[in-house]
Design a protein around this ligand. Structure first.
Ligand code: MTE
Length: 313
């Protein structure tokens, strides 16, 4: 996507970890209260969860990196910008509109969407199209559960997702030269959306999501590149035709609708064969081989049988 800049370098890559942690402690201590906004939403609340058999046993990326190395273009293009700017988004109250080809369309209060769900901790490998990866302990519930509850009609072949559009609260939506067409939109085919691995996340590391990670509710699809994981969702529409997606609109030769992680299909400007695991020894650490469907091939490859993955990238 965008080229790495000095401000994209991880805090833990520049500063020694001890100095860094001490500084964080100071910032969140008494003197740091004035900076609370800079640290993102101040009210991450604990969530009770059950463990999921779908979790990887790989070591999770540090909470600090998961919450301070982000892509959320509504708050700026640098990796550090979302953590600095996203506190301006008001996530309470929050409504999700469900419409289109569905028997129970409505404007659902977030609490009503979450209440019937059992929240699971799902530790997923995540691969960004830019060539880095993380392991994130999400908290959420299967998108399939929600879809079942709202009863889609038989003509619904895709789910379209939309992020909130609030230029007054999202500095990146106020730009004169917008990076993307707002609001951010994404989509899944119905069989992808109802696959048990597709998650609606409301938290990570056992607490409610910080704004920079997509509070109060975002999509997580671990076998696809990270950009499919639309943040701060305000609308789900059940539709017949393949819906537009933000990155495909922006550069259709670079970002397809499917966006399945695939080491054999290069991005036109770089290889996708390997990845840098965030937190593993900085810029010069050995890169890992990227796995087909991000290592979830056993579970999801059958969704794409007979499809040419070079054409449907
Ligand atoms: N959702 C919205 N609304 N806006 C964005 O810019 N960026 C995407 C995705 N969801 C994005 C978004 C990209 S490019 C990635 S890699 C992931 O969010 C990053 O999620 P994370 O910051 O929680 O790791």
């Amino acid at each position: 996507m965008l080229i790495r800049r000095p401000s994209d370098i991880l805090p833990s890559e520049i500063t020694s970890r001890d100095i860094y942690l001490n500084r964080r402690q100071w910032m969140t201590g008494a003197a740091g209260l004035a900076f609370a906004g800079l640290a993102g939403s101040a009210d991450a609340a604990p969530l009770s969860t059950v463990k999921s058999p779908f979790s990887t046993d790989e070591k999770p990326t540090s909470r600090e990196d998961v919450t301070h190395y982000n892509n959320y273009y509504e708050f700026g293009v640098d990796k550090s910008a979302p953590a600095a700017n996203a506190h301006t988004l008001k996530t309470k109250p929050w409504t999700v509109k469900i419409d289109g080809l569905v028997d129970k369309p409505a404007d659902y209060a977030l609490e009503d969407l979450i209440k019937p769900a059992t929240l699971e901790e799902r530790i997923y490998r995540m691969r960004c199209v830019e060539g880095w990866s993380m392991v994130i302990p999400w908290v959420g519930f299967p998108l399939a559960d929600l879809i079942k509850r709202v009863e889609p009609k038989s003509g619904a072949k895709y789910v379209a997702f939309e992020t909130v559009y609030r230029p007054a609260e999202m500095v990146g939506q106020r730009g004169i030269l917008p990076v993307l067409d707002w609001p951010y939109v994404e989509g899944l085919r119905m069989d992808e959306a109802t696959h048990p691995l597709a998650l609606l996340a409301v938290g990570l590391y056992g607490e409610t999501l910080e704004n920079q990670n997509g509070a109060p509710i975002r999509l997580v699809v671990p076998w696809k590149y990270g950009f499919k994981g639309i943040k701060s969702i305000t609308r789900l529409s059940f539709v017949e035709k393949e819906p537009p997606t933000s990155w495909n609109r922006q550069a259709s030769n670079e970002y397809g609708f499917y966006a399945n992680v695939n080491p054999a299909v290069d991005h036109p400007r770089w290889s996708q064969a390997t990845e840098r695991r965030i937190g593993e020894g900085g810029l010069f650490a050995k890169r890992r081989p990227t796995l087909l469907f991000n290592g979830y091939a056993d579970q999801v490859a059958s969704l794409y049988s007979g499809m040419d993955l070079r054409k449907f990238y």
